[in-house]
Write a protein that binds this ligand. Sequence first.
Ligand code: PGA
Length: 252
Amino acid sequence: MNRRHIVAGNWKMNQTYEEGRNLAKNIIAKIGHTKTEVILCPPYIHLKNINNTIKDVSNVSLGAQNCHQNPKGAFTGEISVSMLKSVGVEYVIIGHSERREYFNESNDQLAEKINIALEEGLKPIYCCGEKLEIRESGNHFQLVENQLNEGLFHLSEKAFQEVIIAYEPVWAIGTGVTASPDQAQEIHAFIRSLIEKKYGSEIAQTACILYGGSCKPGNAKELFGQKDVDGGLIGGASLKAEDFVSIINSFS
Ligand code: PGA
């Protein structure tokens, strides 16, 4: 099965305007010919400029890190899907563990964000993944299943096929501890089996499931070599053009 290969860079709350401009330029300058799809997810202030930087590069797209679940209105500090679309955004990360943890985003709220993103034509990258204590207690399969059931599996078959899933164990995010390739494969295969139960095997086989959590040039090849790992959502290592491009080139 030939699935899409995707590497997305989540810059989080990093890079001033000038820094971000340079980083995007350097990434584009270093990306050679590759079939891997690349999605840059910078802070909002960079979106319009980076959209310009990537306009002639066919395999690089723009993503946002969040959106509001309402179309517009009195929500100071928030951003809407139509605003993101107006500066060339195609993807949006929804349910990153930092949004769940620090901004108390619940699966129900995330389901609303998924809905508005899809209704207005953005493709969600829906994040799931467990904290360390959940993994240690052996409940990580159940937790991930709940996150998918409550945040995503209400979608129709057609809508679901627009979504990318990112499995990101919280204990591996920004910690330098990576899930082992076996651990990643195990849970990616589990996620694919849940998709199969809900949407059938054809949709499950084409679903794109990314791994995130301390993915770096030194471990990307092995992680991406796993049968059910279709790429990565990269935080820290996406802030260095060389490292990020090396990760992009890790598909053999
Ligand atoms: P990290 O972050 O690569 O810095 O661990 C990944 C993420 O949070 O998306």
